[in-house]
Design a protein around this ligand. Structure first.
Ligand SMILES: [Zn+2]
Length: 238
């Protein structure tokens, strides 16, 4: 490691300096320019302090989150976007470790949202995609779509090596609606028209699971805007 004095480091705007000297606990490590602390000692002190005040800290965190919902959600979304892998790992781990909690919150969400336009559209589209994927669909639904189940499968799988849509699902892919269902249900009145727009082939694509975590403000993406323009035009939506 290169030696650099505290003054030199300060002049260069660095946060740490190192002159090869040990701290009072014997760590030969860089020290902070601002408070002269040894990294290892400080991290130990932080952990000790955290351990002692864990409950109070957690409570304070909770309170902050409750009072700053919007801000918290934005921060989380930003984090997820910057660290997709980590985010995915963490949320998978959380879900694995909190099976019961997840089940309860899913059930709560179901009863809270089941009668909302977004949920209705979502469940219809989900079932439709699944049935199309195995080459089946009721006549009444088929008559609303411009394509056959076979055409759906061909379109969805183009550019991929999968033999069936199920094979793609099995390795974490799913059907994504380019213009999100939440946006469609919010901006189009009639459920039948919502369904036609949502399930238009132009609005469908196969993507790998994690990309879909960012649905939040997806509507701002250029490709989503383009799809929206095309579909709104095609279906004469004002
Ligand atoms: Zn130390």
């Amino acid at each position: 490691m290169k030696f650099i004095t505290r003054e030199e480091a300060r002049e260069l705007g660095l946060k740490e300096y190192f002159i090869g000297e040990s701290c009072k606990c014997g760590h030969i490590l860089p020290r902070r320019v601002d408070n002269n602390g040894c990294k290892e000692c400080q991290s130990k002190a932080r952990k000790k302090y955290w351990g002692k005040n864990k409950i109070a800290f957690k409570k304070r965190n909770r309170e902050w989150i409750d009072n700053n919902r919007e801000r918290f959600n934005t921060l989380q979304r930003d984090y997820a976007r910057k660290n997709p892998e980590k985010y995915r790992e963490r949320s998978l781990e959380y879900r694995r470790n909190n099976l019961e909690k997840v089940k309860i919150s899913k059930r709560k969400a179901y009863f809270k949202y089941k009668n909302t336009p977004k949920y209705k559209l979502k469940s219809i589209c989900y079932v439709t995609s699944r049935k199309l994927s195995i080459g089946k669909l009721s006549e009444s639904k088929l008559s609303l779509l411009e394509y056959t189940p076979e055409e759906f499968i061909d379109y969805i799988l183009q550019g991929y090596e999968f033999n069936s849509v199920q094979d793609a699902y099995d390795v974490g892919y799913h059907i994504d609606h380019i213009v999100p269902l939440s946006y469609i249900s919010k901006n189009i009145q009639e459920l039948e028209l919502q369904f036609c727009v949502a399930m238009d082939l132009y609005n469908l694509r196969l993507i790998k699971g994690e990309e879909n975590l960012f649905k939040g403000n997806k509507i701002d993406f250029p490709e989503v805007q383009e799809a929206k323009r095309f579909l709104w035009n095609k279906y004469n939506i004002l």
